[in-house]
Ligand binder design. Structure first.
Ligand code: PEP
Ligand code: MG
Length: 894
C-alpha cells in the first residue's frame, strides 16, 4: 500500500537507498530503543518521481496525512493546535552524506495562532516569537526563494532601532514586530502571504527539500564526491525538540572516537541553550562533552550509554547529533562517522584489537585514497616559524599558500596556478568552490564539526577551524593576529594536524608513513614524535601486511631507471611491469634517436645505432641489477614522433630566417626536409611502437641486443636477471611475429657469443581495440599480455589522450556525459569489455597466459578492483602508487 512514506518504526539501516542515510539510521536507532522523536521518512523514490515529473507523486499527500496522524497520536499533540502544537522539522537526507548542501526547514507548524501555544508550552514568550521569526525567515528563503539579505537587513534594522548589537537583546515585542516585518517582506517579494496553514507549510517545505537535491552547490559537491545525480534525497519529517529552552537544554554533536586522530574516547561539541543548526554552522564556539558532564550528569550518562550502544551495534566510529530538552536526551541523527585518513587506519586496527571486527573488515575500511593522504608531508617542527594563532586541527596536512578571503578569489587565483589558503570567519556551503580550489582552509570560528571541518575532512583538504585570535576584516581583505597584519596575497602556513597558523612559508618534513614505507617500521617508529604517530605507523604496517597476505594481484611498477626501480622495490613492487625505453632518450640523448630516425642512408643510421648500443646496455644492466630476481619488462621503443623530432614550425622559421640572412646551413635544410617527410597530423596514431620498429631497420634489433647483452653480463656477474621483452602498439599478430622472429635470432646469437641460454619471454602490449579483438590469434605467439590502458582508452573512445583533459572534459563532467575521466578510472563498459574479451580469448588460446596492466589505471583503486575481478595477474603503476595498489589489491580480495 503505502510506498512513499515510511514510519521510523518500519525501516532499518540497510534501507539507505530508499530512506537516505539519515532516515535509515533514525529507523535503526528507533529499532534499538534509543530516544528518537517519532517521525517518518519520504523515500528517495518520491524524489526521483519529482525529478521526472516536476511534481510529487499522486497519493503522497494521503500517505503524509496518515503518517502525521500516527505521530500526533504517539505524542498526544496536534499539528496546528493552538494550545500545545506539534511542530516538525523537514530535513533532507540522501544515501551519501552531503553536509550542508541541501535544505532543511525547522519549526514547521508555527503560525499566528500556534505561536501562542508554543509560548505557553515553553513558558517563554520571547522564545516562541524568536522561533516564529526564524521559521518565516528560513521558509521565506528556502521555500519561497526570498533574498535572504532582506531578512538580515530587517533584523539589523530592528537591532539598530533598539540600540542593541546582539540578537539575544531583542525582546518578545521586538520579535513580534519583526515577524510582521518579515511577513511584509514575503508579501512584497512573492506576492502572497506567508502560509498560515501548517499543512500547507509542510507540503511546501517537502517540495523545497526535494528541489534542493538539484541546487548548483549540491551538484558541484556530488561531482566532487562522485555521487550519481539520479539517486535523489529522502525527506525526514521529525517532531521538533528544543535545545534552546534555557540552561537545562542544549544541542551537540558527538563522536565515539576522535574522528581527526582516531584517539579512543568520547569526543564532541556541545552548545547549551541552542538549536541544532547553531553547532554545525559554527556560529558560536562550543563547549566539550566534559563540560556537559559537569552541567548535566544525568543527560550525559544517557548520551554515553547511547554512544556505546551505537558503536557496538555499528561496530564502527559513529557520529551523533543530539538535543537535550529540559534534561531529556533526544537522538536526532547517527551515522558511521567521516574521519581523517590517520583516524581510519587507527580506528580500524583498534576495533580489531577490541574484537569488534576482523582484519579483513579492517582492511575493507581503509582505502588507497586515505593512504595517499598519509603520504603528505608535515611541517618541519625544527624550522623557524612565527606562530600567529592556534585553532582546532580539523583536517590534517601542511598547507602553505597566499591568504584569500572569499571563495571567488580563491578559485580565480588557483586557476592561475597559485596555492591559496581560504581564510573565512566561518564557511558556509557557498564556499565549496573556494574550498576545492584552495590548498587549505582556515576559519576563525566553529568547532571540529562545523561545516568547514566536515567538508574539508571529506575531501582531504588541510583545515584549521576556530582560530579565535584571527580578527578578520573582509572589507579590507586582511586579518590581524598577535600584532601582525596579513593582507590578501600574503603567505600563511596552516597545520591541519596541530591547528597552528604561521606567518609566511614554513619548511615541510616527510610524513611518518612515507618514512615507514621508505625506511621500514623500526626507523619510522623511532623517528615518530609521539605515541599517536607510532600507533598510526603500526596500523598502516599491519593493514598493508594483511593486504599483501590476502591479495591475488601482484603489484609491479612502471620504472625507467635503476633509481626508480630501486625505490619501487623498497615500496613493495614485485617487478617492473613497464620500462619505457624511449624515456631513456629524453634530454641530451634525444639527438641520438633523432639521428636514427632522420638518417639519410643505412650507413648513417647504423652509425647512430652503434652509438646507442652501449648506452642502452648500461641502462639495462642498472635496471636488472636493481630488480635482481624479479620480472623486469622492457618495452621496445614507442616514441610518438612529435616528442622526439624538432618542431616543424620552429625549424621552418629558423631555416627561413637563416636563408633571408643568407646564412642557411645545409645541415638544417636537410633536417627540415627530413622532418617534413616524417611529419604527422596525428602522431599518437602514427609511426609509433611496433610500426616504427618495423619500418626503421635496426632500431628494435639494437634494443633487443642491448637487453640480451645486459642479461649475459648480469649472469656472468652471478645475478638473477629476469628480463622480458615487450612489443608496443601491436594491432596484427603478423607485426608481433616479425619482431619475435628477429628477437629469437638475436637471443641465439648473443647467447652463443656469451655461452648462455637466452630464451627471454617476448610478450605484447594490448593497446589497440584490434589487438583485444584478435587476442586469441596474438596469444599463440605472445609469451604474455600487458594492457596499455592509456592507449586502449584513447583508441577505444577516439579521445586524444594529450588534448581532451583541458579541452572539453570539464564540460563533459558538468553535463554528466562522464562521471570521471576514463583515463583515470577504467571505463568498464567499453574499454573494460575489450579487456574481458582479450583475457578470455588470450587464455583460451594459451592457458595460463600471464596478463598484466601497465596503463595509469594500474594505480587507480576502482580500476584495480575491476582488474582483480577479470582475472588479471598483476597491475603496474608508478613507484609512489605501489603501496596504494598493494592495499587496494588486498581490499579487492576481501
Ligand atoms: C599505455 O598506453 O597504457 C601504456 C602504458 O603505454 P604509454 O603510456 O607509454 O603509451
Ligand atoms: Mg601505450
Amino acid at each position: 500500500m503505502a510506498t512513499y512514506v515510511w514510519d521510523f518504526t518500519q525501516g532499518d539501516k540497510d534501507h539507505k537507498d530508499l530512506l537516505g542515510g539519515k532516515g535509515a539510521n533514525l529507523a535503526e536507532m528507533t529499532r534499538l530503543g534509543l530516544p528518537v522523536p517519532p517521525g517518518f521518512t519520504i523515500t528517495t523514490e518520491a524524489c526521483r518521481f519529482f525529478m521526472r515529473h516536476g511534481a510529487v507523486p499522486p497519493g503522497l499527500g494521503v500517505e503524509v496525512t496518515t503518517a502525521l496522524r500516527r505521530v500526533e497520536d504517539t505524542l498526544g499533540r496536534r499539528f496546528g493546535d493552538t494550545t500545545d502544537p506539534l511542530l516538525v522539522s523537514v530535513r533532507s537526507g540522501a544515501k551519501f552524506s552531503m553536509p550542508g548542501m541541501m535544505e532543511t526547514v525547522l519549526d514547521v507548524g508555527l503560525n499566528d495562532e500556534t505561536v501562542h501555544g508554543l509560548a505557553s508550552f515553553s513558558g517563554d514568550e520571547r522564545f516562541a516569537w524568536d522561533s516564529y521569526r526564524r521559521l518565516v525567515q528560513m521558509f521565506g528563503r528556502t521555500v519561497l526563494d526570498v533574498d535572504g539579505d532582506r531578512f538580515a537587513d530587517a533584523l539589523d534594522a530592528a537591532k539598530a532601532a533598539r540600540g542593541v548589537t546582539s540578537d539575544v537583546d531583542l525582546g518578545a515585542d521586538d520579535l513580534r514586530e519583526l515577524v510582521d516585518t518579515y511577513k511584509q517582506i514575503v508579501r512584497e517579494d512573492v506576492g502572497r502571504d506567508f502560509p498560515q496553514e501548517p499543512r500547507e507549510q509542510l507540503d511546501l517545505a517537502i517540495v523545497a527539500v526535494l528541489r534542493s537535491w538539484n541546487t548548483e552547490r549540491a551538484r558541484l559537491y556530488r561531482r566532487k564526491e562522485r555521487i550519481p545525480d539520479d539517486l535523489g534525497t529522502a525527506v525526514n519529517v521529525v517532531p521538533m525538540v528544543f535545545g534552546n529552552l534555557g540552561p537545562t537544554s542544549g544541542t551537540g554533536v558527538a563522536f565515539t572516537r576522535d574522528p581527526s586522530t582516531g584517539q579512543p574516547g568520547n569526543y564532541g561539541d556541545y552548545l547549551a541553550n541552542a538549536q541544532g543548526e547553531d553547532v554545525v554552522a559554527g556560529i558560536r564556539n562550543t563547549s566539550s562533552l566534559a563540560d556537559l558532564e559537569r552541567m548535566d550528569p544525568g543527560a550525559y550518562g544517557d548520551l554515553r550509554r547511547a554512544m556505546r550502544q551505537l558503536e557496538t551495534h555499528y561496530r564502527d566510529l559513529c557520529d551523533i547529533e543530539f538535543t537535550i530538552e529540559r534534561g531529556r536526551l533526544w537522538m536526532l541523527q547517527t551515522r558511521v562517522g567521516k574521519r581523517t585518513a590517520a583516524a581510519a587506519f587507527r580506528i580500524a586496527t583498534q576495533l580489531v584489537d577490541e574484537h569488534l571486527i576482523t582484519l579483513d573488515e579492517a582492511l575493507a575500511r581503509v582505502s588507497g585514497e586515505q593512504l595517499t593522504q598519509l603520504l603528505f608531508p608535515q611541517f618541519d617542527s625544527t624550522a623557524d616559524r612565527t606562530l600567529l594563532a592556534r585553532g582546532m586541527a580539523a583536517s590534517p596536512g601542511a598547507a602553505v599558500g597566499a591568504a584569500v578571503f572569499d571563495s571567488r578569489t580563491a578559485q580565480a587565483w588557483a586557476a592561475d596556478g597559485k596555492d591559496v589558503v581560504l581564510v573565512r570567519r566561518e564557511t558556509n556551503p557557498d564556499d565549496l568552490g573556494g574550498m576545492i580550489a584552495a590548498v587549505g582552509v582556515l576559519t576563525a570560528r566553529g568547532g571540529k564539526t562545523s561545516h568547514a571541518a566536515v567538508v574539508a575532512r571529506g575531501m582531504g583538504r588541510t583545515c584549521v577551524v576556530g582560530a579565535e585570535a584571527l580578527d578578520i576584516d573582509v572589507v579590507t581583505r586582511s586579518f590581524s593576529a598577535d600584532g601582525h597584519v596579513v593582507h590578501e596575497g600574503d603567505v600563511v602556513a596552516i597545520d591541519g594536524s596541530t591547528g597552528e597558523v604561521f606567518l609566511g612559508a614554513v619548511a615541510v618534513a616527510p610524513s611518518p608513513v612515507s618514512r615507514y614505507l621508505d625506511e621500514g617500521l623500526d626507523a619510522a617508529l623511532s623517528a615518530a614524535p609521539d605515541e599517536a604517530t607510532q600507533d598510526l605507523v603500526r596500523a598502516v604496517d599491519r593493514l598493508l601486511q594483511h593486504a599483501d597476505a590476502t591479495r591475488r594481484l601482484h603489484v609491479h611498477a612502471n620504472a625507467d631507471t635503476a633509481d626508480d626501480a630501486a625505490r619501487a622495490r623498497r615500496l613493495g613492487a614485485q617487478g617492473v611491469g613497464l620500462c619505457r625505453t624511449e624515456h631513456m632518450f629524453l634530454g641530451e640523448r634525444r639527438v641520438l634517436v633523432e639521428r636514427v630516425v632522420l638518417a639519410d642512408d643505412d650507413a648513417e643510421r647504423q652509425a647512430a645505432l652503434d652509438a646507442l648500443l652501449p648506452l642502452q646496455r648500461e641502462d639495462f644492466v642498472g635496471l636488472l641489477t636493481a630488480m635482481d630476481g624479479l620480472p623486469t619488462t622492457i618495452r621496445l621503443l614507442d616514441p610518438p614522433l612529435h616528442e622526439f623530432l624538432p618542431d616543424l614550425t620552429e625549424l621552418s622559421v629558423r631555416v627561413a630566417l637563416a636563408e633571408a640572412r643568407g646564412e642557411s646551413s645545409p645541415q638544417d635544410v636537410r633536417l627540415l626536409a627530413a622532418v617534413r617527410r616524417m611529419h604527422e597530423a596525428n602522431p599518437m596514431l602514427g609511426l609509433r611502437g611496433v610500426r616504427l620498429g618495423l619500418v626503421m631497420p635496426g632500431l628494435f634489433a639494437l634494443q633487443i641486443r642491448a637487453v640480451c647483452e645486459a642479461v649475459a653480463r648480469r649472469l656472468a656477474d652471478g645475478g638473477d636477471p629476469r628480463a622480458e621483452i615487450m612489443v608496443p602498439l601491436v594491432g596484427s599478430v603478423q607485426e608481433l611475429r616479425l619482431v619475435r622472429d628477429e628477437a629469437v635470432g638475436i637471443m641465439a646469437e648473443v647467447g652463443a657469443a656469451h655461452g648462455v641460454d637466452l630464451a627471454l619471454p617476448v610478450g605484447v602490449m594490448i593497446e589497440l581495440p584490434r589487438a583485444a579483438l584478435t587476442a586469441g590469434r596474438i596469444a599463440e605467439h605472445a609469451a604474455f599480455f600487458s594492457f596499455g590502458t592509456n592507449d586502449l582508452t584513447q583508441t577505444t573512445w577516439g579521445f586524444s589522450r594529450d588534448d581532451v583533459e583541458g579541452a572539453f572534459f570539464a564540460q563533459y563532467t558538468d553535463n554528466g556525459v562522464l562521471v570521471v575521466s576514463p583515463f583515470e578510472t577504467i571505463d568498464e563498459h567499453g574499454v573494460g569489455r575489450l579487456v574481458r574479451i582479450a583475457v578470455e580469448e588470450g587464455r583460451a588460446a594459451r592457458p595460463g597466459l600471464t596478463i598484466g596492466v601497465c596503463g595509469e589505471h594500474g594505480g587507480d583503486p576502482e580500476s584495480i578492483r575491476f582488474f582483480h575481478g577479470v582475472g588479471i595477474d598483476y597491475v603496474s603503476c608508478s613507484p609512489f602508487r605501489v603501496p596504494v595498489a598493494r592495499l587496494e589489491a588486498g581490499r579487492a580480495a576481501v
